[in-house]
Structures are given as structure tokens and as C-alpha cells.
Design a protein around this ligand. Structure first.
Ligand code: URA
Ligand code: CA
Length: 433
């Protein structure tokens, strides 16, 4: 087989066979296919698309390019959850202990944040002592004993994706649905779950700005998941404004604790119920979504979910006493209000720009090498659809530098106050096939 022939085939809109796709991924991972040929193939895929069968074969080849985690020694149906990224997206911190507390085993590998999006690992590391590295054996033992562990992705998980993603990044081939779908699903399949709940975000704070693209991506991932013998469903959710009220690592840990105490922001709570009830049903711990929702509500009101979070922190070496005194995590030197310049209704909170404001404070990374300041971030007091009076604080800036002029300016430019506006729908679609 020669790579040049396969590039030509794809360029001319023909289908690649499973053998051909396996050859490409195996040889590219080994380094025997050079980046320039792979770049040409990626661009051909970008323009000519792929069938579900091709995407499935690509996904499986990438999933098997490195370690495939075997979770079969964990009892029960293992359910993973994956979000395509957002701003202030605190759901995993809440969902992992919440669904574990009703008996669903959660063996989750999460990622770090980059640019305007935050990452669950960084948020967990805002908890003093919390370890995101466990050996495979420890990971499986903890999930068997306690139903939940959230750790970093092992180094050898889907190495083909790591290499391809870096190449796509510099060849303008990131925003291709077959390439995004195979990238995400290859990592989920290598991570070993039996069932996967996907949160495909859409809006300014998401990869897919356009809802039509988000729906297509969701349908594609659900179909290829099924072809790969996994149970998969997707929720298409709104990320035009940040989720919840807190954006920033310690602030989001506090928000997660408050949510697990039953005092969370409405949209975050609803998101956790929507995704959590799907996870509970996929894990066959409930027959219907309504029943699952009742179980989750009971776990919140009884304190069972909060106790599970405490247990999870303790199991992973963290200081679990912060659950009883979360304010201890809020150590930023300055808390600065952002007063509204006029009265009206908030009509827009541009999620990605607000994410950048939090990043500029130190809550996120501009480049992979940047250090994070866990204490800083933003706490929104108004969301889209809320009334505000002139002079009233729109949000609080938590900062370790006194001068936040540029952050304030960025925020003012991306918060619109108008005459009338309403809360956007949180969930646009639920996709099961
Ligand atoms: N997230 C991924 O993991 N891969 C993509 O291609 C896009 C988003
Ligand atoms: Ca949040």
C-alpha cells in the first residue's frame, strides 16, 4: 500500500477501506508516513467528508493506536461523560459524585483547560492535595470500592490522536466533523467505558458555534459509537453564555459543593439532572429518565451526593475538610465588583470572551506551559434574561493583581444590557441515534 494512492483516492471522493485506514493510522503513529502526506490526506477528508463506516474505522484505528483501558474488572455498566468544551462548565465535578452516589460506577479520565475553556483536572487540583494520577490498578480498586475516581488521561491513550490533533492545529483541518468525531470517540473508546453520554455544546463558548454543525457532530458521534458497540447518546446544549455562575478553578469547586448541597445555580443543576439521568438509565440503575431524576434529586437532598464527593476527594489524597468549609478555597487578594453602566435586561454574556477574561486573570492557560492561579476568576451575579439596575454589580472579579482595567474593559465589551431579553434554552436537542 502506498500513501500517495490513498491520498489520491480520498481526493477524488472515493471510500477508504478498513485495511487502508488501519494502514494509515498504524504507519503514521510509527512515524513511517510523514506529516506532509498526512496533511494532504487531512485536507482531502476536510473537503470530501467520510461515511459513517469510514469514520468508525478511523475511530477504532485511533483508539487502538495505544493503550486501551480494560475496565471489565469493575462491576456494573461503566458510563463516561464527555463535553466538547465550555466556559465555567462545572458539571463533571458535580456529576461524578452525584451519579456514583446512586450506584453508577464512574471511572473517568478528564482533561486540562486551554485558552478560554477550563478543564476538570485543573479544577480538581485546586483542592489541596488532590492527586489526578493513579495507576491503572489503583484506579480500578478505587472505583470498585467507592464507585468514583476522576483522573488524568494516561500518556499512551490514543497516541495517533495526539499526533493528528497537533497536525490539524497547524494545517487548518481542526473543524472537520469526521475528524472531530473520530478524535473524541477514539479517546472515549480507549478509556474503556461501556456507555457514553456526550454533551455537545454550541454557541460562542463552544467549538461548534452553529447549532446545525453541533447537531451533525452529535448524530455522527452517536452513530459511530453504536457501530463500535458502545451505547452512546448526546445532549446538544447551549454554551452561548457561561454555565452556572462561577468561572475559575477554586470558584468552581465551591460552586460544585454548593450544587451538591442543593444550592446550585439553576442552569448548572438542570444540566446535571439532564446528563445525570441519561447516565443512570444507560447504567441500568433506573428504567426511565423520570425515575433517574428522582433518584438524583433524592441523592442531593439527603446529602448522599455531597458525602460521595467528600469520599472521592479523600480517596484521591485531597483535603476533604474543604467540603465543610469551601470558603477556605477563596484566597484571591482582591474582590472587585463590575457595576452595570445602565439599567435594563442582560441580553448577552459572550461565553468565549468571558472565558478569556478569566484566563487573563490567571484562571486559564494561553499556552500549554502556563501556570494556573487557582484562586482567581469570575462570579456572575446576572445571567442572560436577568434585570439589572444601573450601578448594581454584574459580577465579582477575583484577582491577585490590583489593576484589572483590561479585564474590566473586555468584560464590559462582552456584556450587553438591552431593553428586553430572555433566558436562552439550555438544551437544544437530545440525540439517541
Ligand atoms: N476535542 C477533541 O478531543 N478533538 C477534536 O478534534 C476537537 C475537540
Ligand atoms: Ca460554572
Amino acid at each position: 500500500m502506498r500513501m500517495v494512492d490513498l491520498i489520491e483516492k480520498k481526493r477524488d471522493g472515493q471510500l477508504l477501506s478498513k485495511e487502508e485506514i488501519d494502514f494509515i493510522i498504524t504507519e503514521y503513529t510509527k512515524g513511517t508516513i510523514p506529516d506532509y502526506q498526512m496533511s494532504a490526506l487531512l485536507m482531502a477528508i476536510y473537503f470530501t467528508d467520510m461515511t459513517d463506516e469510514e469514520i468508525t474505522n478511523l475511530t477504532l484505528a485511533m483508539a487502538h493506536s495505544g493503550e486501551v483501558i480494560d475496565l471489565s474488572s469493575i462491576d456494573g455498566i461503566k458510563v463516561d461523560k464527555h463535553s466538547t468544551g465550555g466556559v465555567g462548565d462545572t458539571t463533571t465535578l458535580v456529576l461524578a459524585p452525584l451519579v456514583a452516589s446512586v450506584g453508577v460506577p464512574v471511572a473517568k479520565m478528564s482533561g486540562r483547560g486551554l485558552g478560554f475553556t477550563g478543564g476538570t483536572l485543573d479544577k480538581l487540583e485546586a483542592i489541596p492535595g488532590f492527586k489526578i494520577e493513579l495507576t491503572d490498578e489503583e484506579f480500578i480498586r478505587v472505583v470498585n470500592e467507592s464507585k468514583v475516581a476522576v483522573i488524568g488521561q494516561s500518556g499512551d491513550l490514543a497516541p495517533a490522536d495526539k499526533k493528528l490533533y497537533a497536525l490539524r492545529d497547524v494545517t487548518a483541518t481542526v473543524s472537520s466533523i469526521p475528524l472531530i468525531a473520530s478524535s473524541i470517540m477514539s479517546k472515549k473508546i480507549a478509556a474503556g467505558a461501556d456507555a457514553i453520554v456526550l454533551d455537545v455544546t454550541t454557541g460562542d463558548g463552544a467549538f461548534m458555534k452553529d447549532i446545525k454543525d453541533a447537531r451533525r457532530l452529535a448524530h455522527t458521534m452517536v452513530r459511530i459509537g453504536k457501530l463500535a458497540n458502545r451505547q452512546v447518546m448526546a445532549v446538544v446544549s447551549d454554551m452561548s453564555q457561561p454555565l452556572g455562575e462561577a468561572i475559575g478553578n477554586s470558584l468552581e469547586v465551591v460552586e460544585a459543593i454548593e450544587t451538591l448541597q442543593g444550592n446550585g445555580p439553576e442552569d448548572l443543576v438542570e444540566m446535571c439532572y439532564a446528563l445525570g439521568s441519561q447516565m443512570v438509565v444507560l447504567a441500568k440503575q433506573a428504567q426511565t429518565l423520570e425515575e433517574a431524576r428522582e433518584m438524583l434529586a433524592e441523592a442531593l437532598s439527603s446529602g448522599k451526593a455531597l458525602a460521595k464527593f467528600k469520599e472521592m476527594i479523600k480517596n484521591q489524597g485531597g483535603d476533604e475538610t474543604i467540603v465543610d468549609a469551601p470558603q477556605r478555597l477563596l484566597t484571591a487578594q482582591y474582590e472587585i465588583a463590575l457595576p452595570a453602566k445602565k439599567s435594563g435586561v442582560v441580553t448577552q454574556l459572550v461565553a468565549n470572551e468571558i472565558g478569556i477574561a478569566a484566563m487573563l486573570l490567571g484562571a486559564g492557560r494561553k499556552t500549554k506551559e502556563d501556570e494556573i492561579d487557582y484562586a482567581v476568576g469570575l462570579k456572575l451575579h446576572k445571567k442572560v434574561g436577568d434585570k439589572v439596575a444601573k450601578g448594581e454589580s454584574l459580577l465579582t472579579i477575583y484577582s491577585n493583581t490590583e489593576d484589572v482595567t483590561n479585564v474590566k474593559e473586555l468584560l464590559y465589551n462582552n456584556i450587553t444590557i438591552g431593553e428586553n431579553g430572555s433566558e436562552p434554552p439550555l438544551i437544544h436537542d437530545i440525540i439517541t441515534e
